[in-house]
Design a protein around this ligand. Structure first.
Ligand code: PMP
Length: 365
């Protein structure tokens, strides 16, 4: 444990230490079951209880009603790019409409066009994806098959502060992979909200898709079985073997959020405090720490900035590593620094980075 650094990886990302410790304690033998979670049938009652507890954990944290199914899927967030369009666009008369605020929205569009007519109704490219539109900046076709957006662009570090408004009858679809469970969400506004687990909710291997049940009627029987949401919903995520270990760990993260943190409002308060520690420095030294996101669009999860030169940037990364501050290099497509400060990053970790940044600018600014 002593060797653990503050890990700012964008995902898979830092986990709550107490969760890792519980997993360690139970790894060889899940109490009462005679074997490891990894050695047990997915139809075993012990696992079914774990699956249902994880589902209930999501339902209670996000206030998800019975009008929605909660699915535990594989294939990561990227498979959702395809599944959403395959299930909700194929066979529909309306177009899919997309807001593109960064790299992941763009990748989602690239998959949707394979399934049917797809239109980008807002694209932040001209400003190098440093901002987020408001409702007045685009118009959604009232007969669209759905309106899609990514609530937090992990690479650029821009986040919607509130969800876009979809016209009555147009399902709103959200990729919440990198800000899942970071704040309260009004789930009733969504047709689908989904997230891969490996940033804010657990290990890689499971993706949570919350889908309004009436949308399941759009899924066509001709779809490959795994790609059909209805199969997963009708079989309570046991159409095939779900990623049992990942779901088990996810369940523990949900308990941590509920019991140790106190739910999503408390989590948002902590996340705001943590993010402010870094954004305050970006505001204080705007010519040295050059923030990427426009101030009203800053992400609570991925703080992106550049230093005045490549030399300073590499010195920053090398010295940060010596202070046990790791994985701060920005995505290869945009460069710079990216501090991913997901739910499980402790306040002390962000404070340590802020202290390091103060010292670094004092010495090099
Ligand atoms: N969407 C967002 C917002 C992401 O951050 C990522 C992963 N970095 C993905 C989608 C793709 O996720 P996966 O690798 O699980 O397919």
């Amino acid at each position: 444990v002593q060797e653990r650094i503050y890990n700012f990886s964008p995902g898979p990302a830092t986990m709550p230490l107490s969760v890792l410790q519980q997993v360690q304690d139970e790894l060889l033998c899940l109490p009462g079951s005679g074997c490891s979670i990894m050695e047990m049938s997915h139809r075993d009652k012990t696992f079914l209880d774990i699956l249902h507890a994880a589902e209930n954990g999501i339902r209670s944290l996000l206030n998800v009603s019975d009008d929605y199914a909660v699915l535990f899927l594989q294939g990561g967030a990227r498979l959702q790019f395809s599944m959403i369009a395959a299930n909700l666009l194929r066979g529909q008369s309306g177009k899919a409409q997309y807001l593109v605020t960064g790299s992941w929205g763009k990748s989602a569009v690239a998959e949707a066009v394979k399934e049917g007519p797809t239109e980008v109704i807002w694209d932040g490219k001209a400003d190098n994806y440093n901002n987020i539109p408001s409702d007045a900046d685009y118009s959604v076709d009232p007969s669209a098959a759905y309106l899609y957006y990514c609530s937090n662009e992990t690479i650029q570090g821009v986040q919607f502060q509130t969800e876009p408004t979809a016209p009555q009858g147009v399902p709103l679809i959200c990729d919440s992979s990198s800000d899942f469970l970071c704040r309260p969400v009004d789930i009733e506004k969504y047709g689908i909200l989904y997230a891969c687990a490996q940033k804010n909710a657990g290990p890689a291997g499971v993706t949570v898709t919350v889908i309004r049940k009436d949308l399941l009627e759009r899924s066509q029987a001709e779809l490959p079985g795994y790609l059909n949401y209805k199969n997963h919903a009708d079989n309570d995520s046991e159409w095939n073997t779900p990623p049992t270990f990942a779901i088990y760990v996810l369940g523990k993260v949900l308990n941590w959020l509920r019991d140790d943190i106190g739910g999503l409002q408390a989590m948002q308060d902590v996340n705001r405090e943590k993010a402010a520690l870094l954004y305050d420095l970006i505001d204080q030294y705007p010519e040295f720490y050059i923030g990427h996101a426009a101030p009203g669009c800053r992400s609570l999860m991925n703080v992106t900035y550049k230093l005045p030169s490549d030399e300073l940037q590499s010195a920053f990364l090398t010295q940060a590593a010596k202070h046990n501050l790791g994985s701060l290099k920005g995505h290869r497509s945009v460069g710079g620094i990216r501090a991913s400060i997901y739910n499980a990053m402790p306040r002390e970790g962000v404070a340590a980075l802020a202290d390091f940044m103060k010292d670094f600018v004092a010495q090099n600014g």
